[in-house]
Design a protein around this ligand. Structure first.
Ligand code: SAM
Ligand code: ZN
Length: 277
């Protein structure tokens, strides 16, 4: 049974034969045609369509599918396989803020000697729709990471890639030996893209260790740095749409990007692992 709970009464949700998930108090959540469920209560929505919009999700899919971030996928997999101590050969993983699902499928599935049951959530219904449609072995649902419709103590590993984090909610859903793995930007991430837009680049100073609170303790940090060669301005625009720079790009900078047919860009990631103490 999936470790998901009703967002109204916190009772476990189970699948009934009518293509919906239901709790014992008869709260009902339809399985969409695309194979996902929406567990974000309307009164918890801060806007009509929270999270990434269709254009951003599509740009992310088009970019990631080219394999540009595959060195990062390999590194995440290797940290899971070599560093995490798990009691069982079968683990449950939550991809938190999963976007269109590329990481769930390419970094979390087919692990060496471990079977992973993967669930993924995002507040964007567009993202979840893309993920569920393509990655049918995993289960995706719409929800906010600040109020996860996930059973207490049910998850062995949470992966959070460039998404919001909530120490309290993450520690609730993780079991006592669980791990939290956060991927965040390293100091030189997207340096050349930023230079194209702003003329100068200010290194990222994001310190994830300061942001994750008790009961988590820092276990390890892995840096993964590599360059990608982008030889197509449409792909560069896709990359831009995946970053917060997109919203601050002037018309002049937009033109520069449209006219740029070859650029080498630094990708710089920090993979930080936390454990519950
Ligand atoms: C930068 S994207 C990363 C997506 C994916 N992890 C990836 O790297 O491809 C951030 C994601 O967080 C989602 N998000 C933002 N606020 C959220 C929240 N409160 N709960 C769940 N997801 C959220 C957005 O919709 C978006 O898909
Ligand atoms: Zn209920």
């Amino acid at each position: 049974m999936l470790p998901i709970i009703c967002p109204h009464c916190n009772e476990p949700l189970s699948f009934n034969n009518e293509r919906s998930y239901v709790c014992k108090n008869n709260h009902n959540f339809d399985l969409s045609k695309g194979g996902y469920i929406n567990l974000l209560p309307v009164n918890k929505k801060k806007s009509k369509s929270p999270g990434d919009n269709d254009m951003m999700v599509k740009a992310r899919r088009d970019f990631l599918e080219q394999g540009f971030y595959d060195p990062l996928m390999k590194e995440i997999k290797s940290v899971i396989e070599n560093e995490l101590i798990v009691d069982s050969k079968e683990i449950t993983i939550l991809d938190s803020g999963c976007g269109e699902g590329y990481y769930s499928e390419n970094a979390l599935s087919n692990l060496k000697e471990i079977k992973s049951n993967i669930i993924g959530t995002d507040i964007s219904k567009y993202a979840v729709k893309y993920a569920a449609k393509k990655y049918k072995n995993n289960f995706y649902f719409v929800s906010s990471i600040y109020n996860l419709p996930v059973k207490t103590d049910s998850i062995d590993l949470i992966l959070s890639v460039f998404s919001p984090n909530d120490s309290k909610e993450f520690s609730r859903v993780l079991n006592a030996n669980g791990y939290l793995m956060i991927v965040s930007p390293g100091e030189n991430h997207m340096k050349q893209l930023a230079e194209l837009i702003y003329d100068s680049f200010r290194p990222h100073e994001y310190n994830i260790i300061e942001k994750i609170e008790e009961p988590f303790s820092h276990a390890s940090t892995h840096r993964k740095t590599f360059k990608i060669e982008i030889n197509d301005s449409v792909m560069l625009q896709n990359l831009l749409k995946m970053t917060p720079y997109y919203w601050n790009t002037s018309i002049e900078a937009q033109a520069k990007i449209e006219n740029c047919n070859a650029i080498s860009i630094t990708c710089d990631f920090s993979i930080t692992v936390f454990k519950i103490v």
